[in-house]
Design a binder for this molecule. Sequence first.
Ligand SMILES: [Zn+2]
Length: 486
Amino acid sequence: MRIFAASLATETNTFAPIPTDRAAFAPQYFPPGQHPATPTLCSAPIVVARRLGREDGHTVIEGSSAWAEPAGIVGRTTYEELRDEILGQLRAALPLDVVLFGLHGCMVAHGYDDCEGDLLSRARAIAPDAVIGAELDLHAHLTDAMVANSDFLVAFKEFPHTDFLARAEDLAALCLAKAAGAISPVACVFDLRHIGGYMTGREPGRSFVDRLVAQEGQGGIHSISVIHGFQAADVHDVGSKVLVYTDDRATGAALAEALGRELLSWGGSGVPAHLKTAAAVADAIATPGRPVVLADRWDNPGGGVAGDSTFLIAELLKHPDIPAAAGALWDPQAVAFCIAADPGAVLPLRFGGKAASTSGQPIDAVVTVRATTADLLIPFEQSTVSLGAAAAISIGTLDVVLASGRAQTFSPAVFTNLGIDLAAKKIVVVKSSNHFFAAFAPIAAKITYVDCGGPYPPDPAKIPYTKVRRPISPLDANPWLYPRNA
Ligand SMILES: [Zn+2]
């Protein structure tokens, strides 16, 4: 078969102050054939297509791949140029049997609230006879346009996203089976009418996901995706939905609704409790063992915010007797100063607290530059993530990693690659919502989620949405009391 594969992805926080331009895509932009052997978060379909070409003799035509670290709304020209580049490649690759896209599912550009629906509908018009599939992050907005203009959408099942390569394999297998005429399922969507979050590394999420995986391939059920949603976006389709592909519509609709209502029944049990800044540090100090990992959950660059807030660092500086580490804090200017000064230098430095009012105050301190690097590379599952030029500084017993690139703290390598021994630390602060978990859990005496007050909007009930469909909880008390309109 002839298979086309390309990727265009970012996660847009429409409330974030950092615009997403073409330069934001540059570090992870790969023209056809230039994508590395390992996948990035959203480009696994390209890697899987290559494997299918190599092992099964399919003809694979690669398009471009582009990923930008989550931030604010994408510039209109940036989106249209990248979209049209890929659509031009698609047109040139015809005739095709299968089209595979690596998307995210919540890219918003100026003039386009649903970039994925726009891209898929244009792809459908260009290749009406091809089977079109896309892999999505579960933090997506699932729109009618996306479902209508694709044959299969397969979302990650795990949060943290440990399964992006496995789900790309699922997507490709489904698309190839349909192209071969072996299956022709229908899509059924259940809208939870709820904005919320769920974690799958802990109960009840763990056994829920295990059950989804076990059900696929049984009784005419081909694929189940639970779209958790991404609340930091003012768009019509924000919120959670369940998407099921089954041989018959009645089975699919019933299953999607049953799974959705099960998620609704969890209430707040899908996410852990959060401690406020000072309480989290006090609790960590009182906890036996080391290190205690404090996740600065709402200053996670992976959610589109800056990653430069200083609340936890300011709190740690009140406890100079406690050995601690914090990172990675986004501050390109401070990194440049440290690199200019060289390791071993002692200098007065202002760092952090710059991007927004919710970043807190900058820290002013006399620091020792411990180490610098031209590019801080860290692993995340099968991919490698760059934090750009970086520096480790110390203020007494507190070590801080400063980075010029925005990326969340996926791995202890953020610290260890700059010579920081986490086993010697009582407290380790990470800028991440949940993706740190798999890599830090083995070394952590305890993991605590911390609410420092932002800048990511943690409470959907207080987010100033204007476009979201209503009724929806928690904006409306009980959306299921209203007549359904979808
Ligand atoms: Zn995600």
